[in-house]
Design a protein around this ligand. Structure first.
Ligand SMILES: Cc1cc2nc3c(=O)[nH]c(=O)nc-3n(C[C@H](O)[C@H](O)[C@H](O)COP(=O)(O)OP(=O)(O)OC[C@H]3O[C@@H](n4cnc5c(N)ncnc54)[C@H](O)[C@@H]3O)c2cc1C
Length: 487
């Protein structure tokens, strides 16, 4: 039984401790069945991607696209009327009927279906090398293990000016009781822009404040037309910062550095993400961090503390789910290899992606115009004709990112056929072709460029859709970690 205070308590010994049940929940392959495992998760199982990130946002995007398509249908000569969104019904579909069931099912499985796993639900923090303070319910407990895997992710950064007013982040904006009539979004990255698209499409009056160009990390080939289109859809204040914020009966008023004031019913902050190394108190565990707060790891995922590993948003410079998944696979392999006494040469390096982002837009944009003739989109295209029209765009080199290595060969990405809006609908997407290239690769296999994923062929030479690794990966992303949780 845990003692009343952890200070006087002996630490409970485990073989392995995992902190974070996002990507961390997928570590527990059958290889761990004979190990005594502590799994610490202070929030919902499934982590950011499942609960407040990739997956629910894409479900909102789906609803938003229907609304947007109806509103824009006149451009195609179709007379449709958008009468508004039943916001509570959207929330219910996404969370009550889907996400929450999956998260709960995943937690139930770990708590009740895995004899070797003990679930802790109190926030974990290091109190010394290889020792963490955590707990179950109200009861604090110290736990220790020779192997600790940190997968504690990141959280939204909240600027100082926002303290004292009501604000939302990705963690709660999708669960609002009602759709706001007006929304100010502070931030200009993927998360900000995805929500701008969703709320604007559903009929909210959206204002965007960004201190720099929107989607500034993308190539100007994409960022420039995106900014032009965003300025048409939203009220934008680019190159501006917030000086102060005030809450009144009418909503939240932000005063900008140029003295202008913006009032909206609701405020969304999407100004970056902070790795959770501080709340985890990693320095007490002898774990070094980068200046930006990320846990420092070597190429195999080892931290500066012997036996302590880290993966995902907590340590990765690339905060994307497929990167976190790929790192989880690599670290899992490396931990098991280390346990079996293998040499370092048997470890696999953390995969490093070469391409990010997904570009959702109608195929005709990719052919150089937006269907209305008013904008040109200078994304490079590969392939023309029926294939391109059927599948949407394949983006080319230099069109996606600023990572030099991507330019050696084209990166092909596909835009879904159903995308009907313009680059203003850009959002990061977790499941795509290059995910396969990120898979941890056993060292006895020859190195393969992630730019060159295999294309499985049937005997007749055609691609076998069932064996396409990217399809498999998409399914893995959404459901494998919590499989069996919900239909
Ligand atoms: C709005 C949004 C949209 C996104 N869309 C995409 C997308 O389309 N495509 C894509 O690839 N990526 C997307 N991402 C990024 C993606 O969600 C993350 O990269 C990914 O979820 C990181 O996984 P992780 O396992 O490292 O961390 P997480 O999934 O965040 O898991 C960390 C877990 O650790 C728990 N935890 C943290 N600290 C402690 C502690 N001290 N004690 C106990 N538990 C703790 C947390 O509660 C959390 O459950 C999006 C992110 C956001 C915010």
């Amino acid at each position: 039984m845990p003692a009343a205070s952890s200070e006087t308590q002996e630490a409970t010994q485990y073989d392995v401790i995992i902190v974070g049940a996002g990507s961390g929940n997928s570590i527990l392959t059958p290889d761990f069945d004979d190990k005594k495992v502590a799994l610490v998760e202070k929030g919902a199982f499934g982590g950011t991607c499942l609960n407040v990130g990739c997956i629910p946002t894409k479900m909102y995007v789906l609803a938003a696209e229907k609304a947007f398509a109806a509103r824009e249908a006149g451009k195609l000569g179709i007379d449709l009327e958008y009468k508004g969104a039943d916001w509570p019904a959207i929330v219910q579909r996404v969370f009550d009927n889907r996400i929450d069931l999956i998260a709960k099912g995943g937690e139930d499985y770990r708590r009740n279906g895995c004899d070797n796993v003990t679930v802790y639900d109190m926030e974990a923090s290091f109190v010394g090398p290889k020792t963490l303070k955590t707990g179950r319910g109200e009861d604090e407990e110290l736990i220790t293990a020779e192997t600790i895997i940190l997968a504690a992710g990141a959280r939204p950064y909240i600027p100082d000016w926002a303290h004292g007013v009501t604000f939302h982040t990705n963690e709660d904006i999708m669960r609002l009781e009602r759709q706001p009539k007006s929304l100010t979004i502070v931030g200009g990255g993927f998360i900000a822009m995805e929500f701008a698209h969703v709320f604007d499409a559903l009929g909210t009056d959206v204002t965007v404040i960004s201190r720099s160009q929107l989607l500034r990390k993308l190539d100007s080939d994409i960022a420039e037309p995106f900014n032009a289109l965003a300025a048409e859809r939203y009220t934008t204040h680019i190159g501006r910062t917030v000086a102060s914020a005030e809450e009144t009966d009418t909503g939240i008023t932000l005063t900008l550095d140029d003295g202008s004031a913006i009032t909206s019913e609701a405020l969304l902050i999407a100004t970056g993400r902070v790795p959770n190394s501080d709340t985890l108190n990693v320095h007490a565990g002898g774990i070094d961090t980068h200046p930006d707060g990320r846990v420092a790891v070597d190429e195999y995922g080892r931290t500066s503390a012997d036996g302590v590993w880290s993966l995902g948003d907590l340590s990765s410079p690339y905060q994307l789910k497929h990167v976190a998944n790929a790192e989880q696979r690599a670290v899992t392999h490396n931990v098991l290899s280390t346990w079996s006494g293998s040499e370092d040469s048997s470890l696999v390096p953390l995969p490093r992606p070469r391409s990010f982002g997904d570009f959702h837009a109608p195929p005709d944009r990719y052919r150089g115009h937006d269907g209305t003739g008013s904008h040109r989109c200078r994304v490079r295209c590969h392939g023309q004709g029926p294939k391109l029209r059927r599948r949407g765009l394949r983006l080319g080199p230099g069109g996606l990112n600023r990572f030099g290595e991507a330019r050696r060969r084209p990166i092909f990405r596909q835009a879904p056929r159903r995308a009907l809006h313009g680059p203003a609908g850009v959002h990061a997407h977790p499941a795509n072709d290059h995910c396969d290239g990120l898979r941890a690769r056993p060292p006895d296999l020859p190195p393969r460029s992630i730019l060159d994923p295999p294309v499985p062929r049937r005997s007749d030479g055609k691609r076998d859709p069932r064996s396409r690794p990217d399809v498999q990966r998409s399914l893995n992303l959404c459901f494998t970690p919590l499989s069996g949780a919900a239909s």
